[in-house]
Design a protein around this ligand. Structure first.
Ligand code: ADP
Ligand code: MG
Length: 685
């Protein structure tokens, strides 16, 4: 029995040189080795008689070497070893390129199992470079399900298979035991030893499935423990307990009834702020679900309790927009609202800062400028960050440092599947707003081919004639490899539209390579109605509100994830005008078309997110930004999320009994949790 921390170098058959190759795969210890599961399996169980072989079969053949193998050198660097092998009724040729040692390995009269693809001619079957082993030995690489591992230079499948076998034997009963027995039994999961053996060397498909089920559960269980652990560790007491605020005045001031989802989110927030610990909550709501009113409710409560609140938007335009709408709503209630952005003049900025320091301003709206050292607050108790994914982990930490551990409310307009949200936003509590205000128009979405381009242009012309504005979005140039070409083509396209297609309309271009100021100016001109058609790369994704925009045209829609398209579509239909989204199908092929068709059929961001997750995996929700998801060894964010629910409740139960994981039987789990925290420092949002 060996310590799991044993360096792989000391495992028989590995040694110093291969240990370096293993290190490249992130495998340093015996634990790493046995926990690096195969990425696939080769089912080599089928054994056929030579007379039954069909061209193209991939199978095992049991045969005896009929005569000594011949080795012929064709030219320098190319030699061929050939042997004839026979079974009771047939004859086959086995051929090996550049494996001269095979000549001595194949002993005439001895029986072997050959595994490979059948080639040759009818009546003269042949296998090229088959895997083979003696029939009399224990099945290792033939007649069984064979694991396929990740490789790197200096390692072969055979080496990895042998190392896994040796490693498992070395561990004996000392395998990483991370699942408490009680939980394993309750969820009817396979035993540890069985699981490790069968994940590496499955006895049959059923055993493999049992092993996988257990290990997937285990991985998600450990992850859930880690996340809960993070949450319960923030035990700091809140200096701003906000209780007993009557919200009626606020509700009466609203020009509409709140939706059920909005009410629930506000209740969550009020309960948080009334609690012992500072609030750390994410509001996840589809575009247009009315998050601003929820944020304003939080600010109202904090201010009525005698504190200040800060509202951060990702861009100046959005900050100004929020400033206008929140002032309109809250000023009549006697709340003093201020704006602080980088765009203010020196004097205005100084005054705004002074008003914050003195406590004169109760609610401040701003951008990152609010993070600057010069900004001081009198008694800041609540920070609201809108469109969360533009704010990194550090920025959030910086915000929290501003005051005396204020409550933090984060709002995200990227619907992601609920299960995933629980992981991505590790330490945050999540409220989901999956309901739109009543009477909201749906945006009619059409998928069109190139053939209809003229008609789409005519449609644009008609809408602009009616006084509307139009977005035309092209795939982001900054992400394509030949980015200068990509940018050039967007520029040319915009030029073409202006000069050839719409000479009488006002066309403008905004792209990611512009400086922030230029970008802002272009967006502001569009928002002010000075531009009819805005050609853009995905820089417009985040929260711009132009109620007069009634059409979103997306070029090469197949190049976008569905969630991204949903964000884009959310840029229109924000006013009273009937709005549309037109997708040019691009050259994405059948699968892409089906995806896009499904997208046309629904306006529900959460459904779209689930679909996106299923089809493309979890990488896309945040575009090129960090996904906030830890690496998983065996479970998949796309397919195993139903297991996550059970794993989460199991984790909750365990942590309720042993919040710090101090019990000796949870030592291995505690260690794993520590390793995940260490490894993902900065990953979790
Ligand atoms: P988002 O969640 O995308 O930030 P907003 O807060 O900008 O959404 O709200 C979108 C629009 O819906 C705004 O014009 C807002 O006034 C309106 N709105 C919000 N809540 C309701 C409601 N309960 N009923 C009707 N309109 C609402
Ligand atoms: Mg918003």
């Amino acid at each position: 029995m060996e310590n799991l921390d044993l360096k792989v170098q000391y495992i028989k058959g590995v040694g110093e040189q291969r240990a370096r190759a293993y290190e490249k795969l992130g495998i340093e210890t015996l634990r790493d080795l046995v926990m690096d599961f195969p990425r696939a399996y080769d089912d080599r169980r089928e054994v056929k008689a030579i007379s039954d072989l069909v061209f193209g079969d991939v199978c095992c053949v049991s045969a005896t070497v009929a005569a000594p193998a011949t080795l012929s050198r064709i030219r320098k660097g190319l030699d061929i070893t050939r042997a004839a092998v026979v079974d009771s009724a047939g004859r086959m040729t086995v051929t090996f390129f550049n494996q001269p040692y095979v000549r001595n390995a194949l002993i005439p009269g001895e029986s072997y199992i050959f595994y490979g693809r059948v080639g040759g001619r009818i009546g003269a079957p042949e296998m090229t470079n088959p895997v083979f082993e003696k029939e009399s030995g224990v099945p290792g690489t033939t007649r069984r399900i064979v694991p396929i591992y990740r490789l790197t230079a200096g390692l072969s499948q055979k080496m990895r298979q042998n190392a896994a076998r040796t490693g498992l034997a070395l561990c004996g009963e000392e395998l990483p035991e991370r699942l408490p027995v009680g939980i394993r039994e309750r969820y009817k999961l396979a035993q540890t030893r069985f699981s490790y053996e069968n994940i590496h060397f499955p006895k049959d498909m059923e055993s493999l499935e049992l092993a996988r089920r257990r290990l997937i559960f285990e991985e998600l269980f450990v992850l859930s423990c880690t996340l809960s652990f993070m949450r319960t560790r923030q035990l700091k007491k809140s200096p701003f307990t906000i209780r007993g605020i009557s919200m009626d005045e606020y509700y009466l001031a609203l020009p509409y009834e709140l939706t059920g989802a909005q009410k629930r989110a506000i209740d969550d927030i009020l309960a948080d702020m009334a609690g012992e610990r500072p609030m750390s909550r994410l509001i996840q709501g589809d575009v247009g679900s009315g998050k601003t009113a929820v944020a304003a409710a939080a600010a109202f409560a904090a201010i009525r309790a005698g504190y200040q609140a800060a509202f951060m938007a990702p861009t100046e335009i959005l900050a100004e927009q929020h400033f206008r709408s929140l002032s309109e709503l809250l000023t009549p209630l006697g709340i003093r609202v201020g704006l602080l952005t980088g765009g203010l003049g020196v004097k205005a900025k100084r005054e705004a800062q002074e008003a914050l320091r003195s406590g004169e301003t109760q609610l401040v709206i701003g951008t990152h400028a609010l993070l600057s050292e010069k900004v001081e607050f009198d008694r800041l108790a609540l920070i609201i960050a809108d469109e969360q994914h533009r704010f990194g982990v550090q920025q959030r930490a910086a915000l929290s440092d501003k005051g005396d551990t204020p409550h933090v409310l984060v709002m995200s307009a990227t619907p992601i599947p609920r299960t995933l949200a629980l992981i991505v936003y590790g330490d945050l509590d999540v409220s989901v707003m999956d309901e739109l205000p009543p009477g909201r128009q749906t945006i009619d979405t059409f998928l069109v081919s190139e053939r209809l381009r003229e008609r789409v242009y005519n449609f644009i012309r008609r809408l602009v004639g009616e006084g509307r504005q139009v977005f035309i979005v092209c795939p982001a140039v900054e992400e394509s490899e030949d980015s200068s070409d990509g940018l050039k083509s967007v520029k040319e396209y915009a030029k073409h539209l202006q000069e050839k297609v719409f000479p009488d309309l006002r066309v403008a271009l905004v792209h990611g390579k512009l400086r922030p100021k230029e970008k802002n100016d272009a967006m502001a001109a569009f928002a002010a109605g000075e531009v009819d058609i805005l050609v853009a790369t995905t820089v417009i994704e985040v929260g711009v509100d132009v109620p007069n925009a009634a059409l979103m045209v997306v070029e090469n829609a197949d190049r976008f994830g569905l969630s991204q398209l949903h964000q884009l579509r959310g840029r229109v239909g924000r006013g009273a005008h009937k709005s549309y989204c037109v997708l040019f199908e691009g050259a994405g092929g059948q699968a892409a078309l089906e995806r896009l068709r499904a997208f046309c059929g629904t306006n529900d961001g959460f459904k779209i997110a689930e679909e996106d997750l299923r089809i493309r995996g979890p990488g896309d929700f945040f575009g090129s930004r960090q996904s906030g998801l830890p690496d998983l060894q065996i479970a998949s964010f796309a397919t195993d999320m139903d297991v996550l629910r059970n794993a989460q409740s199991a984790a909750r139960e365990l942590l309720a009994q042993d919040p710090e994981l101090r019990l000796p039987e949870n030592a291995c789990l505690r260690e794993s949790v520590g390793m995940i925290l260490e490894k993902n420092r900065g990953t979790f949002n």
